[in-house]
Design a binder for this molecule. Structure first.
Ligand SMILES: *Cc1c(COP(=O)(O)O)cnc(C)c1O
Length: 238
């Protein structure tokens, strides 16, 4: 990692923070009401550790192995790590307790496994429910229509705390199209917030990535997950 790359990261993050602030103000909120989660899949320990010294609030990991490696290497410099990828049941043990927030919970099966694991370790695991807002086949997340039922199921899991919802919307041609999905998410968020439960405290609406985070904030996002706009294009062959 050379000096030029470090400078690039600093400049990119500065620009992203500016744009987040602007979008927050346009939506009637303060800049610090938006959490910046750095999606760091495929990045090296050195890259992550350097970025941890910059204006990032937390990290988002897609794979239990990377979470494990980066955590052990102290790459996050004490900042929280979230799990944002598809979580297999056999990776639950590696993830519970280590990820401050698991953003991608989308089945009763996974709720059972997470609750059992958290309970056996005497901790409360924070989670988000992942919504498949575009009802796309072969995509993780539950359809909006099933979210209330899943939330009700989660309300019976005393070792879990449901903090909100997350989505990856369909790939959109333009910003107007993306905004319609984000708007649907905000409506769903408001609707679900009426559900009661001692372990339900919906305050996180996680949506918006490199290509569309401003649109997401304008529609009410409280947490954006940004990867390539911070670190540059991903190289999966490494
Ligand atoms: C990779 C990833 C992101 C960030 O994507 P970019 O387009 O690189 O900003 C956000 N959320 C999830 C779940 C991801 O897997």
């Amino acid at each position: 990692m050379n000096e030029e790359y470090q400078e690039q990261l600093q400049q990119r993050l500065y620009a992203i923070r500016e744009r987040i602030s602007e979008a927050a103000r346009h939506s009637g909120r303060a800049p610090d009401e938006i959490t910046l989660c750095a999606a760091c899949k495929t990045r090296s320990v050195e890259e992550i550790a350097f970025s941890a010294g910059l204006a990032i609030d937390c990290f988002g990991e897609n794979h239990a192995q990377e979470l494990d490696r980066n955590f052990s290497a102290n790459a996050y410099l004490g900042k929280p790590a979230h799990f944002i990828g598809h979580l297999q049941t056999n990776k639950v043990k590696k993830t519970v307790g280590r990820a401050e927030l698991i953003q991608s919970v989308d089945s009763t099966h996974l709720l059972d496994a997470l609750d059992n694991c958290a309970s056996s370790r005497n901790l409360v695991q924070k989670i988000l429910l992942e919504i498949n807002i575009g009802n796309e086949a072969n995509k993780s997340g539950i359809p909006a229509a099933e979210s209330e039922r899943l939330l009700e199921y989660a309300s019976g899991k005393s070792s879990l705390l449901v903090c909100g919802i997350m989505t990856i919307p369909p790939v959109c041609e333009n910003e107007a199209e993306a905004r319609r999905y984000f708007e649907s998410m905000r409506c769903l968020f408001e609707q679900l917030r009426r559900c009661q439960g001692s372990n339900i405290d919906l305050h996180i609406l996680s949506m918006g990535m490199s290509a569309d985070y401003e649109a997401a904030i304008l529609e009410g996002s409280t947490m954006v997950r940004i990867g390539s706009a911070i670190y540059g294009p991903r190289n999966y062959t490494k």
